[in-house]
Each structure stands twice: as C-alpha cells, then as structure tokens.
Design a protein around this ligand. Structure first.
Ligand SMILES: [Zn+2]
Length: 110
C-alpha cells in the first residue's frame, strides 16, 4: 500500500492507476535493444522510471538471455544522461554512400 501522489488516497502496490482519481501510479518507459550478430539470443532492456519525486527517478538496464534476466543495474538520471552523451558523442560519422560504393568496387578482384 502507498499513497497516491495526486489525491493522497491509499492504493495497493499492484495498481497501475489510482482507483480513486485514475492517476498513473508508476510511469515506466521500456525499450529493448537486440544483441549484435552472434548474440541474437541476448537483449538489453532499458527502463526509464518517471516519478513525481526526483529521488525516485532512475534508469534501469537489464541483460536478457533467452527471456531470462542475467543481470541489472540502475543509474541515476544524471549518469544515464552522461551515458547518452557518451554514445552520441562517440558515434562514428555516417559513411557517405558513394564512399561505400567506391570501397566495394575497389574490393572486387578482376
Ligand atoms: Zn489518486
């Protein structure tokens, strides 16, 4: 049991919405990312927990293998943002389509 953040009524923990005022009790966004070639049986699940109280917000990463959780870690929002900046900042520039075509032609052995 906990108190609804909107109306203050008691709400069972299993409820996703407050039965009294319909406020969502747990906001979670989930995205799955497939493993690369050779690790197709694995996936990374990233869950962002949105909560009215800042201290409750976090991002959880879990590794799934054959539909089982192998491990998980939660990051505070600022660390998750740092991870996002690292990934975006370290991404290689997109290859020019003509460069790719030239490389393919150059690889052909006549
Ligand atoms: Zn409520």
């Amino acid at each position: 049991m906990h108190s609804c953040a909107r109306c203050g009524s008691s709400v069972g923990d299993a409820f996703r919405y407050c039965p009294w005022c319909a406020a969502p009790q747990r906001l979670k966004l989930v995205e799955f990312f497939r493993g690369r070639v050779g690790e197709e049986d694995k996936a990374l699940r990233v869950s962002r927990y949105l909560h009215d109280e800042l201290g409750e917000r976090h991002v959880r990463f879990s590794i799934w293998t054959d539909a089982r959780v192998e491990g998980a870690v939660s990051l505070e929002d600022d660390e998750a943002e740092r991870l996002g900046r690292f990934l975006l900042g370290s991404a290689p520039p997109p290859r020019h389509p003509l460069r790719e075509l030239v490389d393919r032609v150059a690889a052909i052995r006549f």
